[in-house]
Design a protein around this ligand. Sequence first.
Ligand code: SF4
Length: 317
Amino acid sequence: MIPRGKSGRCKVRSNKHSVLETPYGNLSSAHVDPVEKKPLFHFHPSTYVYSIGGWGCNLSCKNCQNYQISQVWVVNSAVTSPEEICKRALSKKCGGIAFTYNEPTTWYEFMEDTAAEARKNGLYTVCVTNGYIQKEPMSELLEYIDAFNIDVKSFSDQFYQKYCGGTLKPVLESVELAAEHKNHIELTYLVIPGINDSHEELEAFSNWVRSINERIPVHFNAFHPCFELRHLDSTPISTLLNARQIGYDQGLKYVYLGNVNYPSAGDTVCPRCGRVAVRRVSTRAQKTDGICRFCNEELNMVVNPKDNTSVRFWEYE
Ligand code: SF4
């Protein structure tokens, strides 16, 4: 319950004279990004996505890279509409719209309306979220949004309490719900050295993913010092390679390393023949139709043939 004259912890919703107020359409940021930057490697590869962010967050991660927009009160920025967002996405030749940068569920209503409008316009939608949301609104969102990248920041409730001001269970439930609903999902686990990188924790996380669906792509991303964790070191490549190996050892089919410049970090290795089915360097991906070009294995990718008109495909041979 938000007291009169106050805002909730997300700094977005407020109780004004006993009426719950929610800003609508206040953007903090808008960019055209490669969809791989979300990161989504198995969803409309190589398309551009019109990416928008708002303000606020329902967590308070000590390592938040976007704390200037997630940990502040809503700024009176220009207000836009779902129709305007779709118009901009189409005019910039984007394949879809991504709700990202801060926590999009803090501007849930605008996201939902924009997603409905996007569908009418033939645009896909992506939600990059911390997954810290109750089952009922998550279920509703699953009807509107095509793909999710969900952060699982650790596999420890203590971590969530100490470093994010939240709890682990709702996040796991969101992932399970999205998988049940058959939305496209990819997971990101930011590996922070000495904090959430133990063999046991990475193994437990990977095991849990496999128990849901071994074909869910997992991104183990490198941490770089920021916000309240500036005193820590960046994640060494050896730690990321170890995480990737643990993921594979636990039976995961698609494991990627992110925020790091390392050969093979973003390559899709075919789980059947073991060859590199899709090579990636940073956010540039080799052309793919979602099938391994060596053995025809289906790679759990959402590919629209129209995406092949994209200018971003990398003709790598
Ligand atoms: S959930 Fe994401 S946006 Fe929110 S504080 Fe954590 S890192 Fe920042």
